[in-house]
Design a protein around this ligand. Structure first.
Ligand code: HEC
Length: 324
C-alpha cells in the first residue's frame, strides 16, 4: 500500500515533524504580545503573520504524516481518519482519538488565527491604503495584532499543546501505560502456552488410559485415544476427578470409512488447575478445508476461558463425562 519510500519516511518521522509547527505556534503568542508595543507593533504584527502562516502550513505536513503513520501501524483503517475504539481496554486507541481531534481542532483554530493576522498584515503593509493611524494612538486592544487574534493564538497553542502531550504519552508512555504494558508482557512471558498448547502436544509422553483407539461420539465421532499425566492416571481409571495439576489429553484422528484414518484431528485437553477449577483447550493444527468456515480458520487454538469452549463445559461440568 505505502510503497513510496518518501511517504513511508514522512509517516515514520511524524514525532519529529510535529516539532516544527508546534515550535512556531509556541513563539507566536510571544510575537503577538510584543506587537502591542506602541513603537514596534507594525513589524511584530508582520512577524506574527509570518510565524502563524508557516506554522499552519507546516502543520499540514504533520497532520498528513500522522494519518499515514496511524494507517501504517494499523491503528487507523486504510481508508479511515480516526481509530475505532472497540473496547475499554484499548487505551492507545482512545488516546489517539483525542490526540487527533485536538490536532484537528488546533488546525481549524489556527486557520482562523492566520486569517485574522493576514487582515492585520494587509492593513499595515498592504497597498490598499487602509488605516495608517499611529499605533500609539489606538485603543489598547486594537494595537498590534489586536486582542481577538491574540486570544485565538492562545487557543491554537492550547489545542496543540494538549494534542502534543497525548502524542508524547503514546510515543514514550507515561508511568501508567508503561506499567500496564510491562505487566501484560510479564504475564505473557510466564504463560508459555499463550501461543501453543505445549503440554497437550507432548501427549505421547503421558500414560495411555486405554490400550488402543476407540470411537468417541461426544467429540465429533472421531477416533480417539486418551492420555493422562502419571499424577492423575489412577484417579482417572477409578472414574474420580483428576487431582490438581493433573491433566488429560485426547488425541484424535479423522474417520476413514469406519476405520482409523491418517488425518490428525483436534487435540482436546482437560486440566484440573492448582486451585481446583477445570480448564479446557482445543487445538487443531490443520482444519480440513471443508470445515474451515465453521472453525474460522485453517488452524485453531482455543483455551479457557474462551467462550467457544462453552460446549465442553456443558458436558463435562455435569460430571457425566466421567462416566465412560
Ligand atoms: C457431548 C458431550 C461432550 C462434549 C461437548 C465434550 N466432551 Fe469431552 N468427554 C465427554 C465424554 C462422555 C468423555 C469420556 C470419553 C469419551 O466418551 O470419549 C469425554 C472425555 C474427554 C477427555 C478425556 C478425559 C476425560 O475426562 O475422560 C478430554 C480431554 C475431553 N473430553 C475434552 C473435551 C473438550 C476440550 C471439549 C470441548 C472442545 C469436550 N471435551 C467436549 C463428553 C463431551
Amino acid at each position: 500500500m505505502l510503497a513510496s519510500p518518501l511517504i513511508e519516511f514522512i509517516a515514520r518521522e511524524h514525532p519529529a515533524f510535529v516539532h516544527v509547527p508546534l515550535g512556531l505556534v509556541a513563539v507566536l503568542p510571544l510575537a503577538m504580545l510584543a506587537s502591542f508595543h506602541p513603537r514596534h507593533g507594525r513589524v511584530l504584527a508582520g512577524t506574527s503573520f509570518f510565524l502563524g502562516a508557516i506554522g499552519w502550513l507546516a502543520s499540514s505536513v504533520a497532520l498528513f504524516s500522522g494519518l499515514m503513520w496511524g494507517r501504517q501501524i494499523n491503528l487507523i483503517a486504510p481508508s479511515g481518519f480516526l481509530p475505532v475504539v472497540a473496547s475499554d481496554k484499548q487505551v492507545l486507541q482512545k488516546i489517539l482519538q483525542i490526540h487527533i481531534l485536538a490536532a484537528a481542532a488546533g488546525f481549524m483554530v489556527g486557520g482562523v488565527c492566520v486569517f485574522l493576522l493576514w487582515r492585520v498584515w494587509n492593513r499595515e503593509f498592504g497597498t490598499g491604503g487602509g488605516d495608517h493611524r499611529h499605533h500609539a494612538g489606538r485603543r489598547f486592544w486594537e494595537r498590534g495584532v489586536g486582542a481577538p487574534a491574540l486570544l485565538v493564538g492562545f487557543l491554537w497553542l492550547a489545542c496543540w499543546g494538549f494534542s502534543g502531550k497525548l502524542g508524547g504519552i503514546m510515543v514514550f508512555g507515561n508511568e501508567e501505560t508503561n506499567k500496564a504494558a510491562a505487566e501484560a508482557d510479564a504475564t505473557r512471558r510466564s504463560d508459555v502456552e499463550a501461543d501453543l498448547p505445549i503440554r497437550a502436544l507432548d501427549y505421547a509422553s503421558l500414560e495411555p488410559a486405554e490400550s488402543g483407539p476407540s470411537r468417541s461420539k461426544a467429540h465429533g465421532d472421531r477416533w480417539r485415544r486418551i492420555w493422562v499425566t502419571a499424577s492423575g492416571i489412577d484417579a482417572y481409571k477409578e472414574g474420580k476427578p483428576l487431582p490438581p495439576g493433573a491433566y488429560a489429553v485426547m488425541s484424535t484422528f479423522t474417520d476413514d470409512k469406519g476405520k482409523p484414518g491418517t488425518e490428525p484431528g483436534p487435540l482436546y485437553m482437560k486440566e484440573t488447575k492448582a486451585d481446583g477449577t477445570t480448564a479446557f483447550a482445543f487445538y487443531w493444527a490443520r482444519v480440513p478445508e471443508a470445515l474451515r468456515k465453521d472453525f474460522g480458520g485453517d488452524s485453531v487454538y482455543w483455551r479457557s476461558p474462551d467462550p467457544k469452549l462453552a460446549t465442553c463445559l456443558g458436558c463435562h461440568e455435569k460430571g457425566s463425562a466421567m462416566a465412560k
